[in-house]
Design a protein around this ligand. Structure first.
Ligand SMILES: [Zn+2]
Length: 332
């Protein structure tokens, strides 16, 4: 399962492939107008997340991926829909077995892209083997424990992915079997090497719950599972406005904090005239918000003592001034 990869760049479609392509294309394309290649989308091998697809899930995915669009880096901006899968099949390459001893099975897709000026560079890169890796997004109904068979989405079990368990005289590495493929999303060329090893990009968990309103908890939960996530355009938009909103709130908080620092320094100039403003600011910046609030409160107290509110009609002689000794306990 890992990420998928381009395996064949023969380039020119045969007659029956051209028919399949033209079922999906907006206008009838001729063989020399399209570039075709093969991609292995997923397989039944255990990936680095200790997960694998069941053979049944692969069968379903082969059907779900027909017509799906391939893009760059799961980019949701610009929607550069560069390639499209026109046929997909489950195949068993001769004699290959998985690490757990079963026949190796993979989903192999045939994809096409129009030979346009815009796609020229990408076609060259795919042809040259530079754009080799792809990642695919999908959602599954069941995540089964390979040791006890429990559906981890319904019932937790004590087995942990990647750990070894002794069963029926054998040591088994626990992995999760992704079963009941429910939906297939876009697939994309992975241009950034850092994304390699991310494995098959699982669907953003929010999607599986029918795209419920995105809140802080669900976002954080999805982003901290230690697994790669992919977002639909709609979810990316939701996340974007959510972050924008947070940014707005953070900006208000920052403005308030800066004002608090300024006010505190201004008061310090009055109650601690010997201390330079810059030094006070430096000290305050070393404190956290709650501590700055405390200092501000202490200075406010001193200000009230030093400069008590004076009534307009009050005689100056009645003005109370706190004794100097009292200030000592406020000195920093
Ligand atoms: Zn288990």
């Amino acid at each position: 399962m890992k990420e998928g990869y381009v395996i064949d760049t023969s380039g020119v479609p045969n007659e029956s492939e051209l028919q399949q392509i033209n079922k999906l294309a907006r206008r009838s394309l001729s063989a020399d107008e399209v570039f075709v290649f093969s991609v292995v989308l997923c397989d039944n091998e255990i990936d680095r997340d200790f997960e694998r697809f069941s053979n049944q899930a692969l069968e379903t995915m082969a059907k779900l991926y027909v017509g799906k669009t391939g893009i760059f880096d799961h980019s949701m901006k610009g929607r550069d829909q560069v390639a499209r899968i026109f046929s997909c099949q489950v195949e068993k390459p001769d004699g290959q077995t998985t690490t757990y001893g079963e026949p190796y099975v993979r989903v192999r897709a045939r994809a096409y892209m129009p030979r346009t000026e815009k796609n020229k560079e990408l076609i060259t890169e795919i042809d040259a083997g530079i754009k080799k890796e792809v990642s695919v997004g999908c959602s599954v109904a069941h995540t089964l424990c390979s040791v006890c068979g429990a559906d981890r989405k319904q019932e937790p079990c004590e087995h942990q992915k990647g750990r070894s368990y002794h069963r029926k005289g054998k040591d088994l590495i626990c992995h999760h079997i992704l079963d009941g493929a429910a939906d297939a999303y876009e697939w994309s060329f992975v241009a950034v090497p850092a994304q390699r090893g991310a494995g098959v990009v699982k669907a953003f968990s929010n999607q599986e719950k029918g795209g419920a309103a995105m809140d802080y908890d669900s976002v954080m939960k999805s982003l901290t599972t230690g697994e790669a996530v992919t977002l639909s355009a709609e979810q990316a938009e939701q996340l974007h406005s959510y972050l924008q909103n947070l940014q707005q709130i953070a900006k208000h908080g920052q403005d308030h904090y800066e004002q608090l620092l300024k006010d505190t320094v201004r008061m310090a100039g009055l109650v601690q005239p010997d201390m330079k403003g810059e030094l006070m600011m430096k000290m305050l910046r070393g404190l956290d918000y709650a501590e700055v609030c405390q200092v501000n409160k202490a200075f406010t107290g001193q200000m009230d003592r030093l400069f008590p509110p004076v009534s307009q009609i009050e005689a100056p002689s009645q003005k109370e001034v706190a004794p100097v000794a009292d200030f000592d306990k406020f000195l920093i």
